[in-house]
Design a protein around this ligand. Structure first.
Ligand code: HEM
Length: 285
């Protein structure tokens, strides 16, 4: 039982054919273990979050009751992509764990929906959204270091509140980008192995070795997505994150949540008053 399954090609060469399917269970167990450990940690050990500064009371008073967070286009993208992703996971892995059905057609159609939705997302995020808001910045890294020091009991200033996306969300997005692009790029070539409406089937496009490596990469990124999606769904239903989840349905979040978790200097919203952080100099200094 290896991570990769091998076979002998018609020319006697040993070639990879796909991943060992036991990795499906490994990924599911890793995802579930993470959420159990995290839930126990939050319930019994985590201390109350402390941040460097609060917005000034004058600024807070001027913040609107609802803070727009995701446009309709961004929400539609998210839910279409999620439906495609779940369809891909179920069609790919159910047959491998014993639920046989004719999965390939549903799988490649969902693959095309996922690919199209990601192309849309990249264009939308590059030209209409704040492209850099989802990538870790210097403040995130400095604050992660401060949090680590405080966690192990060493003296450090408290971290600032978050920009639009906390570092955890940014790192999660990065992991999804890597695994998502891996399944998409390999999946597009794998379309040549099956019958689709796009082009004639051509299983001889690559050598057996190249095809094998492609199937292995597709499978590894695919099982990685099992763990990532379990963790994502877990955070989406955690009580303290519900405001964020609801914003992916309704588009906005409450003023209270915004002021509690976010730094108006890092994620600006319209306030009817001016100075947001009159107390910052004292703490940062
Ligand atoms: C969540 C994302 C995805 C997962 C988990 C996933 C998983 C899988 C798995 C496990 C297989 C079986 C491979 C094997 O037998 O070794 C497979 C096959 C395949 N996938 Fe995906 N995949 C995903 C996304 C995509 C995308 C985006 C496309 C197309 C753009 C795609 C197209 C295909 C095709 C054409 C096959 C080949 C079937 C065959 O040769 O019989 N997949 N996928």
């Amino acid at each position: 039982m290896g991570i990769i399954e091998w076979a002998t090609s018609p020319w006697g060469q040993s070639v990879p054919i796909h991943i060992g399917w036991f990795l499906i269970w490994v990924a599911a167990i890793v995802g579930l273990s993470y959420l159990i450990v995290h839930a126990i940690y939050v319930r019994y050990f985590a201390r109350t979050k402390e941040f460097a500064v609060d917005a000034s009371p004058e600024f807070a008073a001027g913040v609107p009751e609802r803070i727009p967070r995701h446009s309709l286009a961004a929400r539609l993208f998210h839910w279409i992509m999620a439906a495609a992703m779940l369809t891909l996971l179920f069609t790919a892995f159910l047959p491998k764990i014993g639920f046989q059905f004719d999965w390939v057609t549903y799988h490649w159609i969902a693959g095309i929906v996922l690919t199209d939705s990601i192309v849309f997302h990249v264009i939308h995020a590059s030209f209409w959204l704040d492209f850099w808001s989802i990538w870790p910045d210097r403040v995130d890294l400095r604050d992660a270091w401060r949090r680590t020091l405080r966690f192990i009991g060493r003296p450090a200033l408290p971290p600032r509140k978050f920009a639009k996306y906390p570092l955890d969300n940014k790192l999660y997005h990065l992991a999804i980008v890597v695994s998502g692009l891996a399944v998409i790029f390999t999946g597009i070539f794998m379309l040549f192995r099956v019958r689709t409406i796009f082009f004639a089937r051509d299983p001889y496009l690559f050598s057996d070795m190249t095809w094998g490596l492609m199937y292995v990469l597709h499978g590894l990124a695919g099982v990685g997505l099992i763990a990532l999606i379990i963790v994502h769904a877990y955070f989406a239903i955690r009580p303290e994150k519900l405001d964020i989840t609801k914003s992916m349905v309704f588009g906005s979040m409450s003023r209270e949540f915004y002021l509690k978790e976010h730094d108006p200097e890092r994620w600006a919203v319209e306030s009817s008053t001016s100075s947001s952080t009159s107390k910052r100099a004292k703490v940062e200094g």
